[in-house]
Design a protein around this ligand. Sequence first.
Ligand SMILES: Nc1ncnc2c1ncn2[C@@H]1O[C@H](COP(=O)(O)OP(=O)(O)OP(=O)(O)O)[C@@H](O)[C@H]1O
Length: 702
Amino acid sequence: MAALQTAFHLPTYINDRSTNSIPIFTSKTSLNFSYSTSAQNLPPSSNSSYAFSRRMYVSHALNNHRENSLEAINENALRMIVKWFELIRDVFPGGRWWNLRDFEQNVDGSPIAAEPITVLQALREMWALLADEKWILYTALGALAAAAVSEISMPGILAASVFSAQNGEMLVFYQNSWLLILLCVTSGICSGLRSGCFAVANSILVKRLRQAVFRSLLFQDVSFFDTEAVGDLTSRVSTDCQRLSQAVGNDIHMILRNIFQGIGAFICLMTLSWPLALSSLVICCILSLIFLIYGQYQKEAALLAQNFVASSNEVAQETFSLIRTIRAYGTEKEEHQRFTQWIERLASVGMRESVAYGLWTLSFSILYRSTQVLAVIFGGMSILSGHVSTEQLTKYILYCEWLIYAAWRLQDSMSSLLQSVGACAKVFQLMHLPPSSEFMSKGVKLQRLIGCVDFVNVSLHYSSRKMVPILENVNFSIKANEMVAIVGASGSGKSSLINLFLRLYEPTKGEILVNGVPLREMDMRWLRENIGYVGQEPHLLHMDIKSNIRYGCSRSIIGKEEIESATKNAHAHEFISALPHGYHTVVDDNLLSGGQKQRIAIARAILRDPIFLVLDEATSALDADSEGYIKEILHVLKNNADRRRTIIIVAQRLSTIKEADKIVVLEDGQIVETGTYIELHNKNGVFSRLFKLQTAAATPFN
Ligand SMILES: Nc1ncnc2c1ncn2[C@@H]1O[C@H](COP(=O)(O)OP(=O)(O)OP(=O)(O)O)[C@@H](O)[C@H]1O
């Protein structure tokens, strides 16, 4: 009993006392049993019964563990077999691994939008784009037909000349040889012409496609760009258009060529032996059937892959353009991961595409070899029975090869065409977007623009956030030559009001009238020529400063003096002159400070000599000196007797609007106060509160 008890407690003892322990069994369930091999670890009361019970225990424990381990091994093996079985089932054609539906969502879970397009629709579109250059396509098609006919005639004549030589028919042999040389030259010339013409058509097509998509995007509503990612759009214009043009450059002419050759080969086969011809046709039909499934799959995969390319481009573009922010916040790893997410999805789809292609090639190889075997078996039997001659069988084998190869290449090119069309569905979608309503009709140009504006019951919801009201029943008027300031807390809707005046967005309710004419009835291009606008974050284009200042100015001749006068007024002349290349310095958004960019933007607006000068917090990035100077300039511009103008300023620095004829105070998208600077001060309302807050913020040691 004692021995049993000792044995019963032995594990604790062994575990507690073991030093030089040997692991006996280790499993995932962390069953770790060990026993001591060291004599000094035995208990002091060691005797023979204890030794026996200990041996018994160890042997029992070992047996138990052996059984357990065998069970565990069996279980693991079973699990492995099931896993392998599932894997094979998933990877087998039609299995779960092939399902592309899992990829049909963006990383954030939203579905990827792209209306599918049929090959016929795509071809019609491309044909229309090449409307002026149809003669190139006609030449290419003519050359293609001539090359195909000469190529398909060759195997027959080749066999005939060999057998004529074997039979000693000298004349026939020479005739056939000359014919072969002629066909060689003809097919060479025609193939060259065909490829050249299709390549030219291809480059014209890619140019037209890019122009069409770019033009369509350019004339979209500004709200369109609130929802579409810039990187995605640039990817459509560059990569997708290139891929689509490949359809004409390679696929279509390969398809036509192989159709010609396939039909030719089949006719020749029929004249040789119709039962043999039909057996080859059956193989071609099986090939086509497999292709139907494969082609559809490739089309879907290509569409997804192109979307992933566009999304990864979007991330790359965003990352590189915000590299300063990313470096400052040390988020390189996060950005890398964001990019990798798309690339991994692209690779997964690419892998499926490649495996599918491998299976397709495998099917072709098997069927192609079977045709050869069938030809030899049936052909041999026909020779033995005397129905077919050796020459006929040779010709048959040659034409059979042509037919199967034509069928394979035809379907290969079809697959590529399907992929290109599938991948580029979005290109056509973008190309046919209706332009913004402001470009739909011409609109009126007024005889005389005096510069008065009325906001009548104007409300706004941005289409990207339909539930959030931004402006509600805004009513106010701006008289000609008035200087009106719009103020309010951040997010109160000041810039949105300006966006509506510039017709970058349409009001959801109400109307904006210029000279009493609704904005939506006006020729906006003409109206904008009369507006000088300086945005909150002015951007410069990648060109020299002079060109940046002249940008968008409708006057054809602009003298150096005019530009310098504008820059002097905008307090920009001094710093521009100090640059190594002065006005010829090439700049972009990153090479100048925020204040310098703003001053160039003000000079650009002044140079236009506009009737409306719209400044959206134009002075927020200026130093106190420049701010005072620009206040002066605004005053001069406003009171210039030769050129009267209306000035609308969105101001955060309330000091800049002392001279305003009217100040409109916005709060949560509604007008809460209007009046002059003094009137609003005395009112002790929202304006006065804003002013106090600003003064307190500007005085650091209160
Ligand atoms: N394109 C847009 N799409 C959706 N919401 C927008 C858009 N532009 C602005 N908003 C929202 O409209 C509201 C008003 O923005 P707005 O830029 O007009 O305010 P603001 O008074 O000019 O602010 P700030 O002084 O900070 O520039 C904000 O809540 C903003 O998030």
